[in-house]
Design a binder for this molecule. Structure first.
Ligand SMILES: O=C(O)CCC(=O)C(=O)O
Length: 493
């Protein structure tokens, strides 16, 4: 059965696009795009590619051969993904070289019937921070996920998977390497994050389905989705599939594709390919993350409903299962939002303190921080309505303690660097704790009055009172703050 292709993904010159145009046209509209001209000067493009444009496998063996990586066997399905194996980069390259016969697109084995191996999800930056293979293009830098994970871990619960989690969830910055014919099955990205993927060399074919059509790739019970859209799909099992209209994209070397939230996609390497790939989220797609978490929670709960009566801590079990399946649970996400909200407030207070210009709140960075708070506040208001997050569990967060924590200081500095970069302000050095704390005189007042956050309502009232206080200093013409005021719930006063 052939796929119905409705069009192609548009391509733009990234060096002619402003940050605000990218936000307006792609982030806010959640539309895919391919950007050119953003990989000039990357060390990866020089070191990792031979003069004939092929992956420089020898370079990888020599310099990174001992790294242990995840390799997918493209010919073997395991549940919803391809079977994974662990091996060294040197072993992976041996496989690649041995199997380097001719493949044809969508083949899952080489001509000797051996499986095609595809190196995926290599945490290259975490493993080689000094090497500086590339710089994240400006458009993708407002990345709360990786900024947070540079300082905190997403899920802390001690369980059997702890060690595995630490490796696989340490960040979401990856390198992918695979020969012609390797591929990735149909999926929507982890946490319903955005992703970007840069072709250092080679060529990929992407097939995309907009979120408005994602129900079409699911079975009647909306439980499992199609695995490989390029083979015959069972019509009785997936009755909507043939109605799906796909967007296609051939991504060339030196092109970066932006994958929006919730778009299902399948990817084929049309040539031997190396790509760099990040997952991320920010104010514009945070609601996707929460919606997925809530959906997965409801499914996890339904799945074990029959053991509720014999279970001492049914809610705890639901949350453990949620963390195991989705990568975080309600508590993890709540702590993440609380940290980020607080870090944004710290930055806003700092701007207030250091700026003599009364219209400082109209500066792009201040507007950006206020927008972040607004989106966090919207999600926390949604969380407030969920029973499982009602405030009778153990203390989650102490903001006063957080202020003394070096990880939090790092998060604030990272946020500052990010927004200075995006809004082209001069970089400042936040190395000294006092510099940041200097700006916190006013905020300290709030922290004293409600420093302990047990549940969403505490966070709502914390953000609310901080914003109220700050609002007095804000120019009332600011287009973002009236919205923050509107969000203020009557019971939070
Ligand atoms: O390049 C690939 O094989 C898969 C990449 C992908 O699915 C993604 O970036 O979301």
């Amino acid at each position: 059965m052939g796929l119905r292709i409705g069009g192609e993904i548009e391509k733009e010159n990234g060096d002619e696009l402003s940050y605000s145009d990218f936000v307006e046209r792609y982030l806010m509209k959640n539309r895919p795009v391919v950007l050119r001209g953003l990989m000039d000067g990357w060390r990866a493009c020089k070191d990792w590619v031979t003069h004939t444009g092929q992956p420089n496998l020898e370079f990888f063996s020599t310099h990174f051969g001992k790294s242990i990586v995840q390799v997918a066997d493209c010919g073997t399905r395991e549940f919803t993904d391809q079977k994974r194996m662990e091996m060294s980069v040197a072993e992976f390259i041996d496989h690649w070289l041995k199997d380097s016969a001719n493949y044809h697109v969508n083949a899952t084995t080489n001509e000797h019937g051996k499986p095609l191996v595809y190196l995926k999800d290599w945490h290259f930056v975490k493993e080689y921070p000094e090497y500086l293979a590339y710089t994240t293009p400006l458009f993708f830098r407002d990345d709360w996920l990786n900024l947070y994970l540079d300082n905190y871990s997403m899920h802390n619960e001690p369980d059997a998977c702890q060690e595995k989690n630490e490796i696989s969830c340490s960040d979401y910055r990856f390198v992918y390497m695979g020969a012609k014919g390797t591929w990735t099955p149909l999926h929507a990205d982890v946490f319903r994050s955005y992703s970007w993927s840069a072709n250092v060399c080679g060529k990929k074919k992407w097939l995309f389905l907009p979120p408005s059509q994602s129900h079409l790739v699911f079975d009647r019970n909306m439980k499992s989705s199609v695995y490989n859209i390029c083979e015959d799909v069972n019509e009785a099992k997936f009755p909507g599939f043939k109605k799906a209209v796909w967007l296609e994209c051939i991504q060339e070397q030196d092109e970066i594709i932006f994958v929006p939230s919730g778009w299902y996609h399948q990817v084929h390497n049309l040539e031997d390919t190396i790509s760099i790939n990040h997952n991320w989220f920010n104010a514009y797609n945070l609601s996707w993350v929460w919606d997925l978490l809530l959906k997965d929670y409801n499914e996890a709960k339904e799945y074990i409903e029959d053991v509720r009566d014999i279970c001492d801590d049914f809610e705890g079990l639901c949350q453990r299962n949620l963390a195991a399946n989705t990568g975080m649970n309600f508590c993890d996400f709540f702590i993440f939002i609380a940290c980020f909200s607080f870090a944004n407030l710290v930055q806003l207070y700092h701007l207030h303190r250091v700026n003599e210009n009364p219209s400082w709140c109209l500066f792009p960075k201040a507007q950006h921080l206020a927008l972040n708070l607004l989106s966090a506040q919207k999600i926390v208001l949604k969380m407030k309505t969920v029973d499982a997050l009602a405030g009778d569990h153990a203390l989650l967060l102490d903001l006063r303690k957080m202020m003394d924590d070096s990880k939090f200081l790092e998060l604030c500095s990272g946020l500052d660097r990010t927004y200075r970069g995006i809004h082209k302000e001069q970089q400042q050095n936040y190395d000294k704790k006092e510099t940041l704390m200097d700006g916190l005189g006013d905020l300290d007042f709030i922290v004293k009055s409600c420093s302990q956050i047990y549940a969403p309502e505490d966070l709502v009232s914390f953000i609310d009172s901080a914003v109220k206080k700050l609002s007095r200093a804000f120019n009332r013409e600011s287009p973002l703050l009236p919205e923050l005021d509107e969000l203020r719930s009557p019971d939070a006063q």
